[in-house]
Ligand binder design. Structure first.
Ligand code: HPA
Length: 260
């Protein structure tokens, strides 16, 4: 039996309904997750081993606060040289394993003035500025007009209110990276209605919706976007500030998984 077939057999026994994709530096959000089995990206048909520091590159199955869940520790990025087919392989794997809900998390730069490093933002929409499909989603045959479930945004906000916190629901601008944006690009994105900016999630969200899944997105704000904070951006700052939000991210994920 291949490593993936063995993993799929364990996953089938647990029958998880929700899959979580963890973004840069967010592995600490998984304290409530008890792992039962895992498989490396390199052993999953359609995926390849990861290259970026901070990404584990495994798919695990287990129980999150007692509720079965799939958990991607790491994801595949376009800027690593992967094709979009590979980048979206994660959500096709989720569909193959039978889960109907996917929660896509990411690290992002904050554009909205209320967003500080260590804050979370629920995605209520995105602006996909990726390769040849930039701005063109709505013009294509298989357009996805609203990838993020409004019910799940409401549920996340209610959960945060109950904990005495406010959760902004905003628009995520997805750029290819790997370099961070220029301050002029951030000013342009702000005028276009973007609240946060990052290098992932949008394509996965659209593929998941095409596969009939319910999608939630959560950005962990790791820095003020270029030109809005004091210092130049770097990947170490992103990983350090992601740690500020992991507790809260873990609680939010537990609530989404429990409600599925
Ligand atoms: N820009 C793009 N991607 C990011 C950022 C950013 O400022 N922070 C974390 N990921």
């Amino acid at each position: 039996m291949t490593p993936f077939a063995a993993f799929a057999r364990t996953a089938a026994a647990l029958a998880p309904r929700t899959a979580v994709v963890l973004g840069s530096g967010l592995a600490g959000a998984t304290r409530a997750f008890a792992e039962r089995a895992s498989v490396g990206f390199g052993d999953i048909p359609g995926l390849v081993p990861p290259t970026v520091h901070g990404h584990g590159g495994r798919l695990a199955v287990g129980a999150w606060a007692g509720v079965p869940a799939l958990l991607f520790l790491g994801r595949q990025h376009f800027y690593e040289g992967h094709s979009w087919q590979t980048v979206t392989g994660t959500v096709r794997t989720v569909a193959e394993l039978g889960a109907r809900r996917v929660v896509l998390t990411n690290a992002a730069g904050g554009i909205h003035p209320a967003l500080q490093p260590g804050d979370l933002m629920a995605l209520r929409g995105h602006i996909k500025l990726l390769d040849a499909t930039a701005w063109r989603g709505l013009a294509s045959d298989n357009a996805v007009s609203q990838p993020y479930s409004a019910c799940l945004v409401d549920a996340m906000q209610a959960n945060e209110r109950a904990a005495g916190r406010e959760l902004l629901a905003g628009v995520y601008a997805a750029l290819t990276g790997p370099s961070y944006e220029t301050p002029a690009e951030i000013r342009a994105l702000a005028r276009c209605g973007a609240d946060a900016v990052g290098m992932s999630t949008a394509t996965e969200a659209e593929e998941a919706v095409r596969l009939g899944m319910e999608v939630a997105g959560i950005s962990c704000i790791t820095n003020k976007a270029a030109g809005l904070g004091g210092a130049p951006l770097d990947h170490t700052e992103v990983l350090t500030n992601a740690k500020l939000a992991v507790e809260r991210m873990g609680e939010l994920l537990a609530a989404l998984i429990a409600a599925a």
